[in-house]
Design a protein around this ligand. Structure first.
Ligand code: FAD
Length: 451
């Protein structure tokens, strides 16, 4: 096994021209690319700025694992809980109207390939899989720029003493804050309206055993993924809140558009605190102690914001390429990161076999991604963010209130006959959506969410 090297601890090994490929960032996309290339016999150097893979990583989060399972032996993966229930809660200021999905099938292996994980542990494990296949991993080292010769990318600049490292191929897997790709003009800086900020706390319950199992009605390794939207989640911002159960902690957070965060009169921390105090959320987090706090950006431009994925000597993967599906119903980036790293790694291995380095030689990567679920899913929901933005007041404020009013009215217990309550409930919703015509238009607009 090739050792993992800590950039701070290593004197000055000379890596220049020693490797076939350099991977920038040991997140999920980077490790998938490194593992794929190493499996195909390439000498790979993976450079990570954190003191270990995942040390700087932030996410909700549920890791979706169908591709990882294909790439490596998944048995030893550090998983927290499998997701046995997905709940979508619509929050007005003081009410919740929720839908919960909990199919029996999710209790069976492979648990719908949806597991809560802690990225510090999970990313380290996944990077180790690449290292076991021969990848050299250097940590505590930041890539500061790319080296070009005659327009072609031929290596990276780092903050190591030996600075420049050359190799025929560079994979940019630096995540959403992709300073290296942007400063090399491989992609444009993301529009603010296409970027969300996520803040998350990991909470533990020091006082009681089995509190997570009791509060979330869980047994064994089962866990939950709760998503919330509406003004009770993030005020009038475009976004939502989430709760995921880990083994003995929970992850609680909010994610919403950066431009709303800038315009808001409260900070992301205050928004998270307000979410945690909502009457539907407060009992779930009561008596919890914060053990970790983190914040990060999420690219959410979708299919239209994918940059050119290949350049002469380089490929961009994962969040750096904007490959995240975040539309209120789905928040998926982990599966897309791994899938893109896998296809990029394969394309580079094939190009290396042919001794070719130009962008055209790497075209197999965008072609494969186009055929995969990654681009297909992003394209399928490309319309959705604009629709949600246009219906923002209705979806985030009026409807949550209307559903809460309708539920209150429908189940109201008094001496009035039920017919009057049912009529009032129907009125509450129809008034919010603009009558039957408005309801039909709304259903037509969002039919692709379910059909
Ligand atoms: C709050 C939040 C919640 C989320 N929840 C979910 C969820 O529940 N499910 C889901 O599927 N997705 C979720 N996502 C999205 C998911 O986290 C990302 O899609 C995924 O992590 C992308 O993987 P990546 O490898 O492309 O990038 P990253 O995971 O960001 O990895 C990039 C790596 O590159 C390193 N790096 C960066 N720059 C340099 C440099 N210059 N030199 C060296 N190393 C560098 C970083 O330290 C990092 O290790 C969430 C994201 C956020 C922010």
């Amino acid at each position: 096994m090739t050792p993992q090297l800590d950039g701070d601890a290593v004197a000055e090994p000379n890596y220049d021209d020693e490797f076939d490929a350099i991977v920038v960032g040991a997140g999920l996309a980077g490790s998938a690319a490194a593992l794929t290339m190493a499996n195909r016999g390439l000498e790979v150097l993976m450079i990570e700025r954190g003191s270990s893979p995942g040390a700087k990583n932030v996410f909700g989060g549920v890791c979706y694992t169908p591709t990882i399972r294909e790439l490596t032996d998944f048995d030893g993966a550090p998983l927290e809980r499998y997701v046995a229930e997905r709940r979508f809660g619509m929050l007005s200021k003081s009410d919740e109207t929720a839908v919960s999905i909990s199919p029996g099938e999710w209790h069976e292996e492979p648990h719908n390939d949806s597991y809560t994980v802690l990225r510090g542990e999970f990313d380290e494990w996944f990077a180790e899989q690449a290292v076991e296949e021969g990848t050299t991993l250097v940590t505590s080292t930041t890539v500061t720029g790319l080296v070009r010769e005659n327009g072609r990318i031929v290596g990276v600049e780092t903050d190591r003493p030996d600075g420049t490292i050359r190799a025929p191929y560079v994979v940019l897997a630096e995540g959403g804050n992709s300073l290296v790709s942007e400063s090399a003009d491989l992609k444009a800086t993301e529009n603010r309206e296409n970027v969300a900020v996520g803040v998350k706390e990991v909470l533990e319950f020091p006082q009681r055993d089995a509190v997570i199992e009791d509060r979330f009605r869980l047994t064994d390794d089962a866990g939950v993924s709760y998503h919330y939207f509406g003004e009770g989640a993030v005020g009038d911002a475009f976004g939502g809140g989430f709760i995921y159960t880990n083994d003995d902690t929970i992850s609680v957070g909010v994610a919403y558009r950066i431009e709303d965060a800038v315009a808001a009169d409260q900070s992301p921390e205050e928004t998270l605190n307000a979410f945690k105090s909502h009457p539907a959320v407060a009992p779930l987090v009561r008596d919890a102690r914060t053990v970790e706090y983190s914040a990060k950006t999420i690219p959410e431009g979708g299919a239209e914001s994918i940059p050119d994925l290949v350049h002469d000597g380089a490929a961009i993967v994962g969040d750096a390429a904007g490959l995240v599906l975040n539309n209120g119903v789905h928040l998926e980036g982990t599966n897309m990161a791994v899938e893109s790293g896998y296809h990029a790694g394969n394309a580079i291995a094939r190009a290396a076999d042919q001794g070719r380095v130009g962008a055209d030689a790497l075209q197999a990567y965008p072609d494969a991604l186009e055929r995969s679920f990654v681009v297909q899913n992003l394209e399928r929901y490309a319309w959705m963010m604009d629709a949600v933005e246009a219906d923002r007041d209705l979806l985030f404020e009026d409807l949550p209130r209307a559903f809460a009013d309708a539920g209150t009215e429908y189940f109201r217990m008094d001496r009035t006959p039920k017919e009057a309550h049912a009529e009032n409930a129907k009125r509450a919703v129809l008034d919010a959506v603009g009558g039957w015509t408005g309801a039909a238009k709304l259903a037509l607009r969002y039919r692709k969410v379910v059909t």
